[in-house]
Design a protein around this ligand. Structure first.
Ligand code: ADP
Ligand code: MG
Length: 748
């Protein structure tokens, strides 16, 4: 057998076709990959050789002897069917059936012994295995092999192409036997302190456990390794950031911030004050701040960020606020300008003496407005520049960029953030805000190189939101929904009606019209971080979904809504129209806004009291939670009606979860459980590399492993940032980064 290393390609073990299948379907390229390919489950043979103990539905591995083999032609098809009777030492029998005898007939002859893996079924009163995987035991090694199966749990692998589970198992075993020394990325002292198996024993345990051993212990080690390597990368990133120097931006008594605080119409919550102090201290330091601020929708993150921006301006710098959509950027611009009042009229007659200027910069502004904003940013006249990704572009210059605030982080990639950071002379301080509550496992992994703060309480005076699921198949319920909207409007409040797509302007019914799903969905047209197939987004064929325009005509023809002012908002409108509509809605000049998810994040109209989500089953849990955060923002209690015509169990369960709780953390967890792990770490969501293999981020069960690995990795990197004393760890880190790089390139 050739001596292999973990870096050896699998072509050393299998033929070219098989190697291609392994690479394409399973992502397995090297021997090291194969080691990480853990079995889906294990079969315990000890209890299974007695054929009389089998039950229908059980996954079994049976060691038995062929007693009889018969073939007969099939009634409806060409070819022959093969039925083999196998028996154990006690005289019990089991049928084994192949619908095509070809290839099996010659091997499964009476007297031959082998083992058979499959699920027990029944045919008439007899138990049987249909098309089991099997392997025959030849004369010489027969007994030894039988002995092996008696004494080991048999790993069952997921299969691909011609590589069935048995072949996969042999392949893994062969690899284990051919590699001399298994790399040990975890330093001995950590391994011992954590009571972890050495890697070689762990792999043995995972792939070749004896009957009385627990493969789970081996898997723990693989999980730890995965967490440890990830955390080492994060620790190195953190370390590198710490060695960067930022310009300190110390607070200035009697400056803009003080003036702003003095005219704040409400009292800050304790959480807002606390986070504020942390930010002030970090801004004053010569280490670049790199902080994630999470807080429920409506918890008041924007005020916290604005105060930090004012502190930056007080220290002579500028701040950039990066929003994911034009609607949101415009709203931030509007609300910040309003909150600042005369403080935002720097350089203008009647402005406060030390006021500043708030500029807006988006991709689709007209040339004159854009030029003015660019100039204000470059000259330093604008203390705050609010914008979309247009802010990131090369030609945008700042006089002295001190602080970058990124709103709704989960929509921005790490590259975009980096591009913005590069606009400072020295790296600016960075504050990232997200309203999607992030479970600790994900926070530690995906955002593990950032410090985090959380706003846990909502400002006082917030009203509760009640959520109901409305069955759209029952006309009475739908009528009641619109009547309810009419009541709110009559009481002087406003409503949102959210639809999953735009539809055509002259769309009456929806069916057969061209696909007009809101590709923008709040994105600028030239934004290339295409997000339309986000796991969160509306799914399914667009033709079946209710469009904004068909909803508009439905509502206009609904009697209780007669005379109600209804308008539409979606990503395809030109920016001025979007802005004008949003302004009119905020000013109470529109009663009902029929919109796509452009209103998902951050839109703030306290007088809006009810939201109807049409085809609610097409939205993800977190997205629905975000959406309904648009109501109940003022003194009026919020009502959210999730309308669905899909009575399916899964849809109902999801909508029921959203209706049952307004605890964003609980919902985020529920959402994670419903997604594939890959989506959690996927670049689209997080801007960071690859998914995890062994860790379960959606479940909190691996939280301790991640926390341990994090503490260990950070301590190690602190003493040895370059990993000079730990070449095996350095190699594992390099390999992981390569994988991420490759995954990035593939994604394009
Ligand atoms: P988030 O961005 O966290 O969703 P916002 O910052 O948009 O929340 O705040 C939502 C609303 O609450 C805004 O109208 C804001 O002015 C208001 N607000 C913020 N902090 C407080 C507070 N401490 N007391 C009362 N209202 C507040
Ligand atoms: Mg916000």
């Amino acid at each position: 057998m050739p001596v292999l290393t973990e870096d050896s390609p699998l072509t050393k073990l299998v033929n070219k076709t098989e190697a291609e299948q392994l690479a394409r379907n399973k992502g397995l390229v090297s021997v090291a990959d194969l080691f990480e390919f853990v079995p889906r489950r294990y079969v315990r043979p000890g209890q299974l050789t007695d054929l009389s103990s089998l039950h229908v539905g059980e996954d079994v591995l049976v060691v038995a002897e062929v007693q009889k083999a018969t073939t007969r032609p099939m009634r409806n098809r060409r070819g022959k069917m093969l039925t083999v009777v196998i028996g154990d030492d006690l005289g019990n029998e089991l049928d084994v059936t192949f619908f095509s005898a070809y290839g099996h007939e010659a091997k499964l002859t009476p007297g031959v012994r082998g083992f058979f893996v499959g699920q027990v079924g029944a045919y008439g009163r007899r138990l049987q295995l249909t098309h089991p995987e099997y392997e025959l035991l030849d004369e010489d090694r027969g007994d030894a092999a039988v002995e092996w199966y008696r004494t080991h749990r048999v790993p069952v692998y997921s299969t691909t192409g011609k590589l069935n589970s048995l072949k996969m198992r042999r392949l893994v075993h062969q690899a284990l036997d051919s590699v001399d020394r298994i790399r040990e990325p975890v330093p001995e002292h950590i391994r011992v302190a954590r009571g972890l198996l050495d890697r070689s024993s762990a792999l043995e345990l995972v792939h070749r456990p004896a009957v009385d051993e627990q493969p789970g212990r081996g898997l723990e080690r693989l999980k730890y390794d995965e967490a440890f390597v990830l955390q080492t990368i994060l620790a190195q990133r953190r370390k590198a950031a710490e060695s960067e120097l930022a310009t300190p931006r110390p607070p200035r008594p009697g400056g803009l911030l003080a003036a702003f605080d003095a005219r704040l119409p409400f009292e800050l919550t304790a959480g807002q004050r606390e986070v504020g102090e942390v930010l002030t201290a970090e801004l004053a330091s010569d280490r670049p701040m790199h902080r994630l601020l999470q807080g429920e929708v409506g918890s008041g993150k924007t005020v916290v960020a604005l105060r930090a921006m004012l502190a930056a301006i007080d220290a002579g710098g500028q701040a950039a606020l990066l929003a994911p959509t034009e609607v949101l950027a415009a709203q931030h611009h509007r609300s910040i300008t309003a909150m600042l009042g005369d403080l935002a009229q720097g350089g203008m007659l009647g402005g406060a003496e030390f006021g500043t200027k708030v500029a807006l910069l988006t991709g689709s502004q007209n040339a004159a407005a854009r030029r003015r904003s660019l100039l204000d940013a470059a000259s330093g006249e604008a203390g705050i520049v609010v914008g979309t990704h247009a802010l990131i572009q090369k030609h945008v210059q700042f006089a002295d960029l001190a602080l970058v605030v990124v709103d709704e982080q989960h929509r921005f990639g790490v590259e975009q953030r980096d591009a913005l950071r590069e606009k400072g002379i020295r790296p600016p301080h960075v504050l990232v805000m997200t309203a999607t509550p992030i479970p600790r496992t994900v926070a530690m992994t995906v955002f593990g190189d950032m410090e985090t703060s959380t706003l846990r309480e909502l400002p006082r005076g917030r009203s509760p939101i009640t959520t109901h699921v409305v069955d759209a198949n029952r006309p009475g319920w739908v009528d009641r929904t619109w009547a309810r909207v009419a009541e709110e409007v009559a009481a002087g409040h406003q409503a949102y009606v959210v639809c999953p797509r735009i539809g055509d302007v002259d769309d009456e019914g929806g069916a057969g019209s061209r696909d007009t799903t809101d590709e923008d969905a709040g994105w600028d047209a030239d934004w290339d971080g295409s997000d339309t197939d986000d796991a969160d987004g509306p799914q399914g064929p667009a033709g079946e979904l209710t469009g904004v325009y068909s909803m508009l005509s439905t509502l206009r023809a609904t009697p209780p809504l007669e005379g109600v002012r209804i308008e539409v908002l979606h990503g395809r409108l030109d920016p001025d129209a979007k802005d004008a509509t949003m302004r009119a809605f905020a000013a109470g000049e529109i009663d009902v806004l029929v919109a796509t998810t452009v209103i998902e994040v951050g839109v703030d109209v306290p007088n809006a009291s009810v939201m109807v989500v049409v085809d609610a089953d097409r939205f993800g849990i977190s997205q629905l939670h975000q959406l309904r955060g648009r109501v109940g923002r003022g003194a009026v209690p919020g009502l959210c009606l999730l309308m669905t015509s899909d009575p399916g169990e899964r849809a109902m369960e999801r909508l029921g979860q959203v209706a049952a709780t307004t605890d964003g953390f609980e919902l985020a967890r529920a959402d994670l459980l419903l997604r594939r792990e890959g989506d959690v770490l996927g670049a689209r969501q997080s801007g960071r590399g690859n998914s995890v293999r062994h860790l379960r981020l959606g479940r909190e069960e691996d939280e301790q492993i991640i926390a341990d690995a994090r503490a260990d990795a950070f301590a190690l990197v602190d003493g040895d940032p370059g990993l000079r004393a730990h070449p095996a760890l350095a190699a594992a880190v390099a390999m992981r980064l390569d994988d991420e790089q490759a995954a990035w390139l593939e994604r394009g």
